[in-house]
Design a protein around this ligand. Structure first.
Ligand code: AMP
Ligand code: MG
Length: 497
């Protein structure tokens, strides 16, 4: 026997109660393994607000020991690290087995915000890394960190990000970059692809166990519904369809483009997950493609609602062995087609400050979107300036955004008539709390990344503070609410991260 003396590694105690329910699903679902350490880790940015919400002292979490632990160099007491296996459809094609190729689930803990899973992304090779190196580069890790927190502050369901740590370890992409790790937090990281995996392999016992786990923990009302003849899995499919519809409606309303809506990047909880080449729109271009690897434009901004349905259909197919009857699955999926348009109309009405729906509202919404698209008007600036006009400012600010001013004048007249004098007074402030002044535009992220590469880590946390309060004025940061510079349209972001 070969006795190797291992140096004892001091565990970090975060003071949380870990229960690791995903690990309880059994070995077919994962491989237990530890993160691979990285040399000389440092804190790039910490999310103190989230640490506080979870009930973890930031001084401990972002201390030297905390940074070691969140880089994967030191175990956290009570965790049971693992990489999970899933499959999925990528760009419309069945890709077979994928899995956590560079993410490690540390476990699930009781926190001040309820049970939450903690995951390190970029933490080394796993059995599911395929051709990848198990790493994430600093650039994409900062984008995920800021992107998910910006979405959360906008009220959009998403995984959260607790911190980014960096290391000088080189990582090869188009050029040599450096490694980083994002700590992600969510009630669950289960994806549509987890269901597709066991269904495609005919592993029905595992498929059943997975569905039971998700229903019992996150959708318990599916067990007691009268709908679908009491079929809990059909009810689950309906609930996931509704949550996905509500999430995508929010994406469309705020101008968020995900970029890689593969079924393995779709959360069973209806959370925005796996921030890669995502983008908040600058100019309103409905056909905008933010992912440079997406040559066909499958994931263009205006295709997202249909793609979400396509992905739900894959989930429905995966659940079919449990649902039993195709008609029930189709009936469950049909909820997407009713909920999505209602949710979108509600979101767009809110952006316009409209109260209860009236006939003609849909024409107002479609009318302004057509004008915005025709003149490629900056989407965020338009909504903010319109809000300020409704709140009492002159109309020039918003009118100046259009080339076709007469067409805009006509729309504005109809819109202000619809609001009415009383409605207008109410609407202004509501609109300023609905239409953000700050979104995480690509060029803002890029500037923070440049600063972080120069070791000015404060830049990422400064931008975090801004996108965490996107409706506030922050007069000292007005420049970050302005038009993007010319070079912004040259930023190329692909799947390679
Ligand atoms: P994504 O498109 O980023 O969601 O990744 C698709 C699949 O590739 C997932 O299974 C990832 O875990 C895996 N993957 C992506 N990048 C890497 C990498 N650098 N190393 C290992 N696996 C990766
Ligand atoms: Mg992914």
């Amino acid at each position: 026997m070969n006795h190797v003396m291992e140096k004892p590694v001091r565990q970090l105690d975060l003071g949380l109660d870990w229960r690791n329910s995903f690990a309880g699903l059994g070995e077919a679902f994962y491989t237990e393994l530890r993160p691979t350490p990285l040399p000389d880790p440092c804190l790039v940015a910490g999310n103190r607000a989230l640490a506080g919400a979870l009930g973890i002292a930031p001084e401990l979490l972002f201390s030297g020991d905390g940074v070691e632990a969140l880089t994967g160099n030191r175990p956290i007491g009570g965790t049971r690290p693992l990489a999970s296996v899933y499959s999925g459809h990528q760009f419309g094609v069945w890709a077979g087995q994928l899995g956590d190729g560079r993410a490690i689930l540390l476990g699930e803990a009781d926190t001040a915000s309820g049970p939450q899973e903690f995951q390190l992304k970029g933490s080394g090779l796993t059995p599911y890394s395929r051709m990848g190196d198990g790493r994430a580069v600093l650039r994409s890790s900062i984008r995920e960190f800021l992107g998910s927190e910006a979405m959360h502050a906008l009220g959009i369901p998403t995984t959260r990000a607790l911190c980014v740590t960096g290391s000088p370890a080189p990582v090869r992409r188009e050029e040599i970059e450096t490694a980083a790790v994002v700590t992600r937090v969510a009630p669950s990281f289960i994806r549509f692809g987890h269901f597709e995996h066991f269904s495609a392999r005919g592993q029905h016992a595992e498929l059943t166990r997975l569905a039971d786990h998700v229903i019992d923990r996150f959708y318990p009302s599916c067990r007691t519904t009268d709908k679908f003849a009491g079929n809990a899995c059909a009810a689950l499919l309906e609930r996931v369809s509704e949550r996905t519809a509500a999430m995508v409606a929010q994406w469309q309303a705020v101008g968020f483009c995900h970029g890689v809506m593969n079924t393995d990047n779709m959360s069973i909880l209806g959370l925005t997950i796996d921030y890669g080449p995502f983008q908040f729109l600058d100019a309103f271009d409905p056909g905008h493609i933010c992912n440079h690897s997406d040559e066909q434009g499958r994931y263009a901004f205006n295709r997202q609602p249909d793609v979400a349905y396509w992905n739900l259909f894959c989930l429905g197919q995966a659940l079919l062995p449990l649902i039993g009857e195709e008609d029930l699955a189709l009936a469950a999926l049909a909820s997407y087609k009713t909920v999505f348009p209602l949710e979108l109309e509600a979101r767009m009405s809110a952006k316009l400050g409209l109260g209860d729906a009236l006939p003609g509202d849909r024409e107002l919404i479609e009318g302004i979107l057509q004008l915005l698209a025709a003149d490629r008007v900056d989407y965020t600036i338009f909504w903010r300036r319109l809000s300020r006009h409704v709140a009492g400012e002159g109309r020039e600010g918003v009118r100046d955004l259009f080339l076709q001013r007469e067409a805009f004048d006509g729309w504005l007249l109809r819109y202000l008539e619809r609001l009415g004098a009383a409605g207008r007074e109410l609407a202004g402030n509501r609109m300023l709390a609905t239409n953000p002044k700050y979104v995480l535009r690509n060029h803002l992220g890029e500037l923070a990344i440049r600063d972080a590469k120069l070791k000015n880590s404060g830049a990422v946390e400064d931008l975090l503070a801004l996108v965490q309060a996107p409706y506030n004025e922050h007069p000292a940061h007005d420049d970050k609410a302005g038009f993007p510079p010319d070079w912004a349209s040259q930023i190329e972001i692909s799947c390679s991260s």
